[in-house]
Design a protein around this ligand. Sequence first.
Ligand code: SF4
Ligand code: SF4
Length: 318
Amino acid sequence: MRNTLPLLQAGRRFPAIERQRFETLQMNLGYLCNLSCIHCHVNAGPKRKELMDEATMHLALAVASKHNVATLDLTGGSPEMNPGFRRLVTQAKASGLHVMDRLNPTIIEEPGYEWVANFLADHAVEAVASLPCYSEENVDEQRGNGVFESSIRALQKLNGLGYGKAGSGRVLNLVYNPNGDFLPPPQEKLEQDYRRLLGERFGIEFNALYALANMPIKRFGSWLLSKGRFDDYMQTLEDAHQDANVDNVMCRSLISVDYQGYLYDCDFNQMLGLPAGGRAKLHLRDLLVDDVPRPITVARHCFGCTAGQGSSCGGALL
Ligand code: SF4
Ligand code: SF4
């Protein structure tokens, strides 16, 4: 895999930004995943071995408590494939945290993971489910054969447990990302299309759609380089940069932690190995005594967060 970091640290500079508050602790529970998507910025897959251990999870909960963090945002890989997932969620909910699970819905159909849907529902975990398109052809091209059909059945199962239904308290948000080196279409219009097409064809309901740009790092970055399209994609991102998005990028209120407990400004910086605060690697342990670092390490990939309508964990920024 080719590393895009040297190219992201050269060229046009992204505006300097600082963290304003610490509301969300985003925990990457490991790089193990049942899929190996082309656009993956983690390079996750079925053969990855890196998984957060329970001692690190315990430390994360202590940090969340000390800093009055409101939300635990669980990501991966497939976070549910970490053997400590259920204990972590149970303890987090018991301590009053809002918990989000960024899942690829096919995990619900994976042998050995039949518990996932009911467990999420029982603990009122917010489900943020990736479904990169409402077209079977596009999803299968990006994620593998049969992924669309499996995702649809999994979303129907979540709906059957109350997810995405008004008044149920069970929130189901979907995540779109482009099937290539172009920007997402306007989120509002896309959400209407998802709602209509998934509703008419499959009876699927959901709360909101988040449209995210692909990041020029890891598997997708390497794909861009191999196709000779890295420079053009960067130009697309930089040309579409909007200053108005800079104030709202997710790193302003979030800390990302890797499977070993080291801290980053976001999951993208984690994958690039750019530590939080831009200096020596900080660890969850440091947050038991210190405040979160204010400076945020930026490079050209940050234009992926501010291009067009903007992209964050919660979708468009504008
Ligand atoms: S994009 Fe998500 S589902 Fe696909 S390989 Fe990466 S972590 Fe797994
Ligand atoms: S890539 Fe990360 S550090 Fe850069 S703007 Fe986006 S969230 Fe912030």
